[in-house]
Design a protein around this ligand. Sequence first.
Ligand SMILES: CC(C)(COP(=O)(O)OP(=O)(O)OC[C@H]1O[C@@H](n2cnc3c(N)ncnc32)[C@H](O)[C@@H]1OP(=O)(O)O)[C@@H](O)C(=O)NCCC(=O)NCCS
Length: 165
Amino acid sequence: MIIRAETETAPEQAALAALVTRAFATAQVASGTEAEVLARLRESGALSLSLVAEEAGQLVGQIAASPATIGGAEGWACLGPLSVVPEAQGRGIGSALMRAALAQLAARGAAGAVLVGEPAYYGRFGFVADPAVVLAGVPARYVLVRPLAGPTPAGALVCAPALMP
Ligand SMILES: CC(C)(COP(=O)(O)OP(=O)(O)OC[C@H]1O[C@@H](n2cnc3c(N)ncnc32)[C@H](O)[C@@H]1OP(=O)(O)O)[C@@H](O)C(=O)NCCC(=O)NCCS
């Protein structure tokens, strides 16, 4: 399995849309619009990081990141969607994508990463719920923060419009 940046080709982007749709068809929590969210991030220029996992020439996973602010402070990245095709789940691919994304964000000097997700899963990557970080309409226990450089500011989390509830 290799992890690399997505390429800007129409076939790869179509394959990624199908991958995201298939992954979220199995998810406990899904809106059914995750592939559309990914496309909107890309089209609006907000897709600051898109890593894909490839096995024997097949795309099996993908993670996206886009710029975010907390309390007006810049330098944060919102992670998601994170997708692994059903037949490849439970083999460490999602974890490898997450670790690679965090390493790339750290290398770029990002302040940290944020996401809305299940604390039981994302805690293993250092994400914690921070009650000082507020996303309107989302329960505080699912608003998770992973600082990479320095303390976490307090205030409203603002992600790309494609991701906002
Ligand atoms: C969530 C997802 C990306 C994980 O990828 P993966 O390659 O299957 O994950 P890994 O193999 O790296 O890790 C599997 C571990 O995560 C756990 N896990 C997976 N999804 C979980 C969830 N929603 N809540 C809690 N734990 C979860 C598994 O139980 C397993 O735990 P273990 O290592 O203690 O046995 C993948 O299952 C997926 O695409 N799901 C559908 C889409 C989705 O829900 N995305 C996340 C929301 S943005």
